[in-house]
Structure formats: structure tokens, C-alpha cells
Design a protein around this ligand. Structure first.
Ligand SMILES: [Zn+2]
Length: 97
């Protein structure tokens, strides 16, 4: 789906489907990204709690650094996951590109 970080193909290089089915199609992937970020943030806080038990600022900084570092991955996977969810709920028809 991606030709380089943060750059998507317009159409699938393998089967030719057009990824953006309508204007704003990927707005919902932003919501998927929020959910992913929340889960990652909680995981980081739990990991910190179980290991070094930092002060409250340590949790905040740890979660923020992790999310900033992971944001390109979150961006990519949010879009991939959204495509799967959309395909599940509203499958593309045979003749639809
Ligand atoms: Zn394809």
C-alpha cells in the first residue's frame, strides 16, 4: 500500500483497486489511529509501572516519546486496518475499482 514512509499508492500495484473510495475515505483511519495510540500509551504505562516505576512525569514522557517514535507506524497500520474494517462492513463489488 505504501511506496515509501507516509506516501501511499493511489491504486493497488497488484490488483489495481483504488484505495480512496470516496473523498475523506481515510478520515475514519484517524479514529483507528487514536484507538491504536491509546492502546500503545496504556501498554507503555503498564510496562513502566512493572519495571522502573518512574514519577508521574516519567509516565507522561515515556508514553509521549513512544507515540512520537511510533507515529509513522501508527499512521500506516491505521490505514491498513481501516481498509480491512471497511472491506468487512461494506465489501467492494466485482466491478468496483
Ligand atoms: Zn491489491
Amino acid at each position: 500500500m505504501f511506496r515509501k514512509p507516509l506516501r501511499m499508492y493511489e491504486d493497488c500495484p497488484h490488483c489495481g483497486i483504488h484505495f480512496e473510495r470516496e473523498d475523506g475515505y481515510f478520515m475514519m483511519s484517524v479514529f483507528v489511529g487514536y484507538v491504536m495510540s491509546f492502546i500503545i500509551g496504556v501498554a507503555v504505562v503498564i510496562a513502566l509501572y512493572l519495571t522502573i516505576r518512574p514519577s508521574i512525569w516519567g509516565y507522561l514522557i515515556g508514553a509521549t516519546v513512544a507515540l512520537v517514535l511510533l507515529s509513522p507506524l501508527i499512521f500506516h497500520y491505521a490505514r491498513v486496518i481501516w481498509l480491512y474494517i471497511d472491506q468487512l462492513l461494506d465489501p467492494r463489488r466485482e466491478n468496483e475499482k
